[in-house]
Design a protein around this ligand. Structure first.
Ligand SMILES: [Zn+2]
Length: 378
């Protein structure tokens, strides 16, 4: 049995037709779970801790003992409106088609093909989650599965990114929210005692301190992932032209290399803000929240080689190792000690107004998963 383009197109469309913004994926999870059951998998729907976003854990056991290999994806999509789903020629359009319901269809199809092929040892586990896309999700459900539930495996494929190269590293990322404040109420500018700390002027110093730090970071290129960054995306403060304000808020991101840690980034950031607080007399609070950690795998790791061999078998071409900036769930699997690679179909328009995925890419990704599973499960 071989990969079916029609089935891939139909399942992708069916999944995209069920809206599943981050945090509200129960219907899509139940649909996907049903389809995996039809493929012959033992499906668990874990809905005790995250009832609105059940985690799908589906297993297909081989005929003899062997390694456990995970195909992972997220059923949630960004909550950005999209035109109704449709198929046009080779393209499936709709929110989540490229990011990443198409990839989950490819994973299901790969399991079907492996099931009908020669006997294998070990097991395939599909893990589909619903709290992936920040800021609504930060992988809490996957973290719970890998932590409290002690889920483990011998290898994992996160079925997105890296369609025609192989990511061997990505940056970690966190969002920050800084609140600059002074005691007391907002007051008329002329009735405010001289020397009262001014949150907007303090915020300007914070902006300058971030700019300086960002410039220093830009000067250091890390292998694979390039420079670390501080990025400021929002600045809000004051509410009337002649009122001395009480607070100001700054929002942005920090991104760091695999050699660095969130703890070290946070210590660095707090020191920078403490300096400004001391100079200005304002109170400066930092709320730094992890999106995902950094990720890396040795390009010589056998799992990377197995993926490269599988891709070559299917396409005749080479998967070149690269570093990427964007974060994803490989960081969580890797942090749990599970060797992990990224590989998915190449769609377009993730997080954009128009999102689509070519059926040919779904076929190609499913074929690579089959070739990879056959290498790993023996
Ligand atoms: Zn995604």
């Amino acid at each position: 049995m071989t990969v079916s383009a029609d089935r891939l197109r139909d399942l992708t469309l069916e999944l995209v037709e069920v809206p599943s913004p981050t945090g509200d994926t129960a219907d899509a999870a139940r649909l996907y779970a049903r389809r995996l059951e039809e493929v012959g998998m033992d499906v668990e729907l874990l809905d005790d801790v995250f009832p609105a976003t059940p985690t799908v854990v589906a297993r297909l056991r081989g005929s003899s003992p062997g390694p456990t290999v995970v195909l992972n994806g997220h059923l949630d999509t960004v909550p950005i409106p999209h035109d109704p789903p449709r198929v046009d020629g080779d393209l499936v359009y709709g929110r989540g088609s490229a990011d990443m319901k198409g990839a989950l269809a490819s994973a299901a199809e790969a399991v079907r093909v492996v099931r009908d092929g020669r006997p294998f040892g070990g097991e395939i586990v599909i893990v589909a989650i619903g709290l992936h896309e920040a800021p609504g999700g930060r992988g809490e459900d996957l973290q719970h599965l890998l932590g409290e539930r002690a889920f483990t495996a011998d290898a994992a494929v996160v079925c997105e990114l890296s369609a025609h190269d192989v990511a061997v590293a990505h940056l970690g990322s966190a969002t920050f929210e800084i609140t600059v404040s002074r005691p007391g109420m907002p007051t008329h500018e002329l009735q405010t005692p001289p020397g009262t700390p001014h949150p907007l002027i303090a915020a300007a110093r914070v902006v300058e301190a971030i700019r300086t730090r960002a410039e220093e970071l830009a000067a250091v290129e890390h292998p694979w992932v390039g420079a670390e960054t501080y990025f400021l995306g929002e600045l809000h403060g004051g509410d009337f032209y002649n009122r001395h304000p009480r607070t100001c808020r700054l929002v942005g991101t920090c991104r760091w290399a695999p050699s660095n840690t969130l703890a070290a980034v946070e210590a660095d950031f707090r020191e920078l803000l403490a300096r400004v607080a001391k100079e200005t007399g304002c109170t400066i609070d930092l709320d730094l929240r992890l999106v995902r950690g950094a990720y890396e795998i040795d390009p010589g790791h056998e799992l990377v080689h197995a993926l490269q061999d599988a891709y070559r078998e299917v396409t005749g071409a080479e998967l070149r190792p690269v570093g990427i900036k964007v974060v994803a769930d490989g960081a969580l699997f890797a942090a749990a000690g599970i060797p992990t690679v990224y590989h998915g179909p190449q769609g377009s328009g993730a997080h954009a107004d128009v999102e689509s995925v070519p059926v040919a890419e779904l076929v190609r990704a499913a074929q690579v998963y089959v070739a990879l599973l056959r290498r790993l499960l023996c």
